[in-house]
Design a protein around this ligand. Sequence first.
Ligand code: AMP
Ligand code: TRP
Length: 320
Amino acid sequence: MRILSGIQPSGVLHIGNYFGMMRPAIALQAEGEALYFIADYHALTSVRDPEALRTNSRRVALDFLACGLDPERATLFRHSDVPQVTELAWILSTVAPMGLLERAHSYKDKLARGVAATVGLFNYPVLMAADILIYDSDVVPVGKDQKQHIEMTRDLAVKMNETFGQIFKLPEARIQPATETVPGIDGQKMSKSYGNNIDIFGDEKETRKRVMSIVTDSTPVEAPKDPERSTIVQLYSLFASKDELANMKEQFKKGGTGYGDFKKELFEKLREYFAPMRKRREEILRDKSYINNVLTKGAKRANEIAEQVMQRVRKAVGLR
Ligand code: AMP
Ligand code: TRP
């Protein structure tokens, strides 16, 4: 089984990225050949600062490794180290129906938020399909927001297979129901672009500030509170044991504890959860060549697979 996923280096990684994609991806590295990449070509649709793109790309590699990606088991690489994906994206774009791309939620959402409509942004799902198909991927661990992109990938694979004969496998999204959409501090989906994120490796003071500003209703301290509709409880459930979660829910229903105290408890759990990863991150940072070595090795392996698949594609469509 081949497992593949990507993450954009368009900012700092947050706990939505962690629970939606990174943790499931790390768990899957034991189950097959895993390939994970830093989607720098994709990030070009929003990042216009070359230095920031380079820095963020290294930082994503660092954070992913710190969180448990094991380079002995999984391949970690930069998207742009496999430029064949842009070749495949072009080929896929020649069979991609306009209507399919026009229905893409993420494109429509971005336009609605005032992002300029570029051809790259519109074509994003085609490049993403190329990312997945070029490695003969079977399983793609992602958060729910990427579901439609994987469906489009399957549509494009089917279209290619119908047009040119059997070329591609049909990949499947792997979405964890419990963490498919992690809420941000305002209760909406956590996202860098909404500014409601809590970062995995945020500094202590900033993280505390963010947790303490989780939006709540105005139920007074002494009154019972509804745990089922609380962002605090939802976030706490990511870090706490079953008993701890049940206990917090009980306290909510009982009344007598203010939201501030629950937030403090969440903050403590969150810091505790990521403590070993912060430690690992410091270790990696001390070894100056570690990340480069991992990425160089990753690029080589990813290239081998991509080139093999591309030879099959070029032959099938008549380019060689
Ligand atoms: P992005 O930051 O858009 O590159 O997202 C990287 C990965 O994290 C994708 O698989 C997303 O689906 C996942 N992800 C991002 N935000 C969330 C969230 N709030 N909840 C769950 N998964 C998320
Ligand atoms: N579009 C994904 C995101 O924004 C990142 C991504 C790019 C990806 N290519 C991919 C994820 C291929 C899985 C597979 O989160």
